[in-house]
Design a protein. Sequence first.
Lengths: 524, 833
Amino acid sequence: MCGSVNGRILLMLHSHIPYVKRQGRWPFGEVWLFEAMAETYIPLLNSLIKLNDEGVIVPLTFSFTPVLLEQLNSKYIKHEFVEYLLERESMASADERYFISTGESEYARLAAYYRAYYRDIRRDFEIEFDRDIIQVFKQLQNQGQIEIITTAATHAYLPLLDQAGLETQVYWGKELYKHVFDRDPEGFWLPECGYFEGLEDILIKNGFKYFFVDSHAIEGGKPIGISSHGLPDEEFEIETFASTGLSTYRPYSLKDNQITVFGRNAMVSHQVWSADYGYPGDENYREFHKHSMRSGFKYWKVTDRNQAMDKKQVYNPEEAQLKIVQQSWHFVNSLANTAKNAAKLGFSSPLIVGCYDTELFGHWWWEGVDWLEAVIRCINNNPNLELVLPTQVGKGRHEAQVFESSWGMGGKHYVWENTETTWMWDIIRESGREYEALKSRAYSQELADIALSQALKELMLIQSSDWLFMVSNNLTRDYAMKRFFEHYAKLLRISNGLQNDSFDESFSEWLNRIQYEDDFFSCL
Amino acid sequence: MKGHIAFCPHFHQPHFQLYRTREEAFRNSYIPWLRLLNEAVGLNDFFINLHFSGPFLYWMQDQKPEYINQLKELSSSNKIGFIGGLADESFIQLSSRNDDYLYQLAHYDALLTKLVGVNAGQWQGIHLVERECGEMMLHRIIHAAGLLNAPPIVYLDAETFYESHFAYPGSEYDFCLKHFGFKDPFSKTTISHIPQEMLFYGLRDEIGGQEFFSFPVHSQFRYQLLKRHSFTAEDKVRIKPSHYYFYIKDALEKAYETIRNYGEDQEPILIIFEDAEKFGQWSKDPDGDHEWLMEFFRLVDRDADLKFTGLNDYLKQYGYLDTYPVSSSHSYPEWENWTAKRGIRGVTFGDERLRRIMCRLRDIEDRQDVFEKQLLTNPEIISSEYKYLQNLTARAMLDSPERYLFIEEILRNKLPELAHNYSLINRMRNLVYQEDPKWASRHPSYGSSPFYDMQGIAYLELTYRVLEDINHQLGIKPTPEIQVRDWDFDGQNEVLFTNREQVLVIDCQGGCLSYHSVLNPHTDNYTELIEDLLGSDILSLKTYNSIYRHCYPLVFTEVDSDISPRLYPEGGRREIGRNSMRCNLYMLNNGQEIAIGEFSSRNYNLDTVEQDEDGLTAVFSVKTDLNIANSNVIPVELTKIFSVMEGYMTVTFHIKLPPEYNHLELILAPELVCSASASDEVNFRPQAYVGIKTQPDKPATIPIRVLDISTQQENGYVFTNDEYQIATPYELNYVYQLCNADGSSFSNRINYSLVKADNLHSIVIEPAVRYYYRDYVFEGQSRLGYHTSGALISPRVKLVNGEALIQIKINCDFETSKQESDYDLAAHLIIGN
């Protein structure tokens, strides 16, 4: 009986990097984007193409924030990315020479590995992808291999936005997608899986057919997201959601079957995401948090998660490769067992939805892309499992009520709304009102249209959930606050100009400059 | 930036290559190469530096003359250059003779000139075998090149050049710390006036005052061309033409950028070195490879900044960067576990089998030396008016790089009847130094092919007889029939027996035969035949298995991992040859055979060695104390008597224990090993069996176990066992078939007659060697069978009254007329598909 279970695996990879173009290079800023390109997007595409060449089907679902799409399509970013790669190669060469000199041959070998790695990324970016990463994704979608969906324009945390802000983020999310992919998006990724009742109405209004939520939003119970590094140290009770008797093994419909919702499977998320038990924490994998003070390269392995950084041992890529093989088998066996257990509960073709940040693979978890490739191969070889796309799954046939929720700590909004961020929400909402007021006015000068358009861009950048997250987690807090205030200040100055309906030369020059700095959403 | 690419494919098939392998490479690779070159020379910008090894050209000349014609036609495009090299692709640095360098280069020059009309002065460079560049090698090759007016240009692996590095106090490069034990605060730099990134230029060096130029070959451009497929499941690297082009341009750009920082503005060059057979033969997909290469050529053609060039052409136009000494000696860094770490000589003398080739080459070189000295010091040869200078002149001539030319000239003028044979000897001796497959091919990844060495040795033994003949004509005494000397340079003496038909070496270590070659005893007109045979085979190099009609190395075994003493727990060990006539003493315990006394590997004492009218005899013995559980220490003596007569030899094994241990169940088990093996170079279906004659009217009481019978299957061999019960045998005949490229086939028979073998207990037959270099090479390469190692026959006799004696007579029957039906039992050792 169990041998005939047909588990359907839907892997959803959400891709996002905040807007960093011309917003500083290192240690915060463009380097985030370059790292994601070099360590995640390009290696991942290489894997997909390789699997394709081998005849392996790779039905994966991707979401890209429009703000990321715009950056990846930017000529400036493309040029700077090549420069970044050349810098990395040069730094790796210098490290290699240094380690040869100091007789540290294992490190020298790793430096050579990095040198070849970045050179090959440059090779693929220039030759294989003609500097156009999105075009390759687009081709894969057009071939029916993958499905790409959209999300909020600048990755705003939607449950806490006002109505106008919500509509702006969803609408421009859809429009930017159409502009890039020449088609309407079918699905919508809720940033941070942030959902509240009524959000689906805006999605339906914009023609979306499905979205994703965390498992507890459907099943109830305790949320997966129970811890988060660096959050404000205040008393915080994790809510246990009422058990619904529903399951994420199937999709559900909302609002008279107008839209479908997919629930994230707790098991597949836990095995990859968990800080304590997840695969990325394996002792043989590369340690993300320790890097060379000379060059920034990471030369160490996790070794022991509980040990101090100075006790980390040198990384060995070959050892890590062995672990990838073991863990990919383990993961696919877990999927098969989960499917079998679901079958016992009466789900003949259980759906198992895994949702991950794309950047987890390769960037955060260096071996993640290879692991994912191995997983896809294993699933492809497993007669009882198949990878599916959301449109292949089809509409939910059962109605569900979905809890207000997110995949953040506590399962609701705490990560983005807490004592550290209350003031930011005040500004976000105030900015929204400011923009709405500007929009309702009539202007006599041609420049007003440009200014208004730029005001919308600044508003959307203010709404980005990234600043809230960084402040909450005390990660790169200074940079986040600087950015938040800069965009707010820009909005205010535009607002002043528009309200006076007079633009002097210095305003005009300034507007030109910020258009250059905050240069995205060309279709606005 | 303008950059240059010197594309240098290396075409090679060794002497003695199997016919079928050569033909397959011809179809898959060499013909497609011609097609590719025909298309490529049509591009605006194309140039290629071809190197054909000497053995390859001899083969082409003999077998594929139309190919040479087409090649010649192609060269008229002026887009094809030729790299010179050695006539036999030999590891000539192992030769004891200074003149072999010139000999090799000059013969190559003559061959290439004859075939395509390109002489040494027109070469684009010189190919050094396995890019070995030891000091002596460089010195002698460059000197010889100068004598031929060849350009002193070589390409060498980039690893050969000094690495630029900066030492830090306390690092392993702090040599003050290393040698004097304290940190040198000033050990911060070493002098490295050319950084690694700039090793993309011609570099000058000199050795012994002779200038030469070298071009670094970077590992990435050595073996990544055409890397369309993964080599193993773990190998994820696949290179597209555009990737390859990217890497080349990237490397050249970085080199150019660096040299501008260096304050110069010179166009860099990158060398692509590759085995030509990678195209088509490795992949078995010549069309796919053709497409790959043409795409790469077109990418370069379209790029105005890149240009294909010849090595010498580049040097003439752009000169060299600087004098930058090569860090000799290095070779073949791809196989670092093999040649690079030990060097060619280290590999050769660290491997028993290869060492035996060297030892036999030394024998012939010593005898040739005697000939030449005799010739040069003979007053009839060198005019008496120079008498006072006679010895001085002789020494100068013997030390000259042109020694063989002197001798040939003298012989032509004074003793023309010897001139031809002298040339033959030189030709054959040089040929046996060929690198493939003896040295380079015994590397950890691809193992060795045992066939080639056997053929080389067979020819060499014939050559030795020709040398003895010309020595005789000069009045030189023949090689003594008995010699006791350290033949294999291991610090211990061996016994050498040499007569008209046999050469054998008995090693005290194990008291075994480590070398045994036999000539066909039924051949009439002996010397004349050998001269004819060598003349037809060697001068035009039609060297096939047919040689085994006349000569066969019976004992020339591979090293055997099963008897390798382990040196380190991590895996280091000494690989030793299986050899023949080792002997074990087994104690029977519940049917199990337990080896006791370590008689197989003990050091035997040479008791006597003598010559009488019947033949040559050597007696070896070993005394030891056996320490068997529940028993006292038992003194035991084992004696082996080797006797060599015209046409045969006998070996007697005798063991004796004190009478009080008569109750022990003991078995004496000699190992009769014959490393001669079946071969079918056309269809790859070798056949061998052991034919047994038994005493009539006796009951079938003797068990025979045949182990590891090789059964051919599509993907190689599978191994099974068989068992028979027979009447007491008196003859065991190892019969192996040889199918040859000239269409002939025949079988040789090694006859083992059990002259004395009372109380025969059983017989075990198995491959001479099961594994060589086990765990050091791929499993499939390590596994040998009857088809690759020959056979080990072990007749086992019981000790009765504390004593056992077995005497075996061994003789060879070349091109035997015996059939399977002539035997009471034919136990097949190889079963074809």
